[in-house]
Design a protein around this ligand. Structure first.
Ligand SMILES: [Zn+2]
Length: 110
């Protein structure tokens, strides 16, 4: 199981690509592909062909496409910065993520 530093509904910051510098909410994570879909970011325009039998109208449909997770960083709620994540295990055995900013160390998983 790869260590995934992102989870659904995290707020993330984009480090590169056309949406560089933007933030958004994670809608879906694909751990096996190391990618995540972020709400409102990395839109592609999907061209669909009309199919009357399935009641599909043709046209161009904007759709979020997955972003590689190495280009995404979690935004810490406490220090309000995108930060690197440190993994830790709590006393009751839960895997948690911790903000790696020096003065913060906030637990990212409540
Ligand atoms: Zn922090």
């Amino acid at each position: 199981m790869p260590r995934v530093h992102l989870k659904k509904s995290d707020l993330v910051y984009v480090l590169s690509g056309k949406d560089c510098g933007k933030t958004g909410k994670v809608l879906k994570v694909f751990p096996d592909k190391n990618k995540a879909i972020v709400e409102g970011l990395n839109y592609i325009h999907k061209h669909t062909k009309p199919n009357p039998q399935k009641n599909i109208k043709g046209g161009i449909l904007p759709k979020e496409s997955p972003i590689h997770m190495s280009n995404l960083m979690v935004v810490c709620k406490r220090c309000n910065k995108h930060s690197r994540v440190k993994f830790s295990v709590t006393q009751d055995g839960r895997k948690v993520r911790i903000c790696k900013n020096k003065t913060c160390n906030e637990l990212l998983d409540a």
